[in-house]
Design a protein around this ligand. Structure first.
Ligand code: F6R
Length: 606
């Protein structure tokens, strides 16, 4: 979704602004813009519909040596994607970039009679509001402060004024903002990836905070204008993590690097010798772990499916545990009840998803302990949960989530083992889980190297279809839904994921020559049942691509048989094959794999 950058110092601002916006491209956007202010107090405003490379062409023709500026990538909410609606928005002497949604913008707009509105955006209303309060006796910081008190909604903003070209004002409520600190240079970004290589020292703004950023200092305040002391943190991500490193797409890189990222998730946390797990960030004593009777898991999209798969593992690991898994976008408006001794697991790659964050806050308000399973260090959810597990999968740049899923499932499983340890239940199954977790990175490595080319070939066979049906039983049901999600996101093929046992209750009516089916089977006690479903689909003229760990005969047009020693965690390997399949399907169809249409990486608005 929308991205913000800004900088003030001694260096040419344009370079950082354009470079920073390129770094934020992965978040998804439809237009981009920057404004810089020269020493003559004149502003240069450049905006373009489409890619940052279009904006960059404009910047090349309008080189500016000014050392202060702000920039934005916009993902349209109010008003179509266009150059006019692109940020920064101008009102009087000020320029503003905004992430989030101003909910009372219509009301505010009707009061702002002096400003001639030229866009359909809620953000221009905020710019006009600030300008209306910015008279000769008011500082920019005070005008921003007064305006924000009148606003209902969410925002991360950066504002500059030609009258005060020695500062950028930033503020946050519900939309992340980070201030990067270097000697004589201050950077602003909505996402740490824009700061990497410029500085590794950063202040993460909290909701309700604003800051006056100058080239050699940052002054933090709350909305009551009370000073706040800034906490400078270290950003640990390196440049390599945000580069393609020879891969054609970030998505393929992220699928292939799962052995490494998963090793980071497991590192120092599982002990195969004494068959134990230690997650040090849970902030729960053994007594508190023993007391857990119910787990509520929330997340959106892929994170939700990771939660769903994790729930199958949790109930095997912890005797008597009850679990519910709910999509955060649904839970937030439901009248839900949390039984006593509940722990909530909040799953999110970005740690910024608006629906997930809203659920987290509601659950906390009810006095229930929350644990995050989060990838992005320092993200809002990570900061607000009571404890949790960073999955340490590194930056996930491609919009479609892959490596985060694998690490999230591993983290939930480790949580289950730790609860089981505390309760002293299921010792045998626990040790099997620990052994399989330890082997999982190597097994993924083998799968990727052994089956990559074969999957690419299979994808060519199915790339012309427009409809797909994925099905699997038990732990393969969440995997089927995740496989279908991945395919639809990046190949734009209509794809549904079903529990194999549900096919007869409706979806089997879809089977015809316009569809192909992805059948997922594991050689376990349910194998014969899965085989029956597959035969029923075959009998109706299905076009089946089967992915299995079984050596037994399977009737399908294409079969990929993974050779693995894993049993309970084999679904994760099957998912890796599906990830590769979705990738090669999207490539075969000539799609923009890393930035699929209409999607954003981090969904910070409802
Ligand atoms: C799917 C995908 C999305 C995200 C969802 C939640 O490939 O990327 O479905 O999983 O938007 O995002 P996070 O995990 O950042 O909360």
């Amino acid at each position: 979704m929308c991205g913000i950058v800004g900088c003030i110092g001694n260096k040419q601002a344009q370079n950082y602004l354009i470079g920073g916006l390129h770094r934020l491209e992965y978040r998804g956007y439809d237009s981009a813009g920057i404004v810089t202010i020269g020493s003559d107090q004149k502003a240069t405003l450049l905006r373009a519909k489409g890619k940052v490379s279009e904006l960059e062409k404009l910047a090349d023709k309008n080189k500016s040596i000014s050392t202060i500026g702000i920039g934005h990538t916009r993902w349209a909410t109010h008003g179509e994607p266009s150059k006019t609606n692109a940020h920064p928005h101008k009102a009087g002497d000020i320029y503003l970039v905004h992430n989030g949604i101003i909910e009372n913008y219509k009301e505010l707009k009707s009061e702002l009679k002096k400003h001639k509105f030229i866009t359909q955006t809620d953000s221009e209303v905020l710019a006009a509001l600030i300008d209306s309060l910015y008279d000769a006796n008011t500082t920019l910081a005070d005008a921003v402060n007064q305006a924000l008190k009148l606003v209902v909604g969410t925002y991360g903003i950066a504002v500059v004024s030609v009258r005060e070209p020695d500062q950028i004002i930033v503020a946050r409520s519900g939309s992340p903002l980070i201030i990067g600190i270097d000697d004589d240079e201050t950077y602003i970004a909505s996402d740490a990836s824009a700061l990497i290589g410029y500085t590794n020292r950063a202040i993460y703004l909290n909701d309700g905070e604003m800051a006056i950023c100058r080239k050699n200092g940052v002054e933090l305040r709350d909305l009551a204008s009370q000073p706040i002391s800034a906490q400078v943190e270290t950003i640990e991500v390196d440049m390599q993590a945000i580069q393609k490193q020879g891969y054609n797409h970030f998505l393929l890189k992220e699928i292939c690097e799962q052995p490494t990222t998963l090793r980071s998730t497991l590192s120092g946390r599982i002990n195969t010798k004494d068959k134990s797990v230690l997650l040090s960030g849970l902030n729960l004593s053994s007594a508190e772990l023993r007391k857990i009777e119910h787990v509520t898991i929330i997340g959106c999209g892929t994170a939700y499916y990771a939660g769903l798969l994790g729930s199958y593992y949790l109930e095997q690991l912890v005797d008597g545990l009850t679990i519910d898994v709910v999509a955060a976008s649904e839970l937030r408006y439901r009248t839900f009840h949390l039984p006593k001794n509940t722990i909530a697991l909040v799953i999110s790659q970005s740690g910024e998803t608006a629906d997930t964050l809203a659920c987290l806050r509601e659950i906390k308000r009810r006095g229930v302990k929350t644990l995050g399973i989060i990838n992005a260090v320092g993200s809002t959810i990570a900061r607000e949960v009571d404890g949790g597990v960073y999955v340490h999968a590194g930056p996930e740049i491609s919009v479609a989530s892959t490596k985060a899923f694998t690490s999230q499932v591993a983290a939930i499983t480790m949580f289950g083992i730790q609860v089981a340890q505390a309760k002293g239940t299921g010792m045998q199954i626990m040790s099997k889980y620990i052994d399989e977790l330890a082997k999982l990175p190597d097994e993924i490595e083998k799968i990727v190297s052994k089956y990559k080319d074969k999957v690419a070939k299979v994808a060519k066979r199915y790339a012309q279809y427009e409809h797909a049906l994925y099905f699997g039983r038990d732990t393969l049901f969440p995997i089927a839904m995740e496989g279908a999600l991945k395919l639809k996101e990046i190949s734009y093929i209509q794809a549904e994921g079903y529990a194999a046992g549900e096919l007869k209750h409706g979806p089997i009516a879809l089977v015809d020559d316009a569809f192909f089916e992805v059948a997922l089977l594991i050689d376990n006690w349910l194998f014969d049942k899965s085989l029956s479903t597959l035969e029923e689909v075959n009998a109706r003229g299905g076009h089946i691509f089967a992915i299995t760990n079984s050596k037994k005969e399977i009737q399908a047009e294409e079969v990929i048989r993974i050779n693995t020693k894993l049993d309970i965690l084999a679904p994760i390997l099957i998912n890796v094959v599906q990830q590769l399949f979705a990738y090669y399907m999207a490539v075969a169809r000539g799609n923009d794999v890393d930035q699929p249409r209409n999607l954003a990486k981090s969904v910070t608005v409802e």
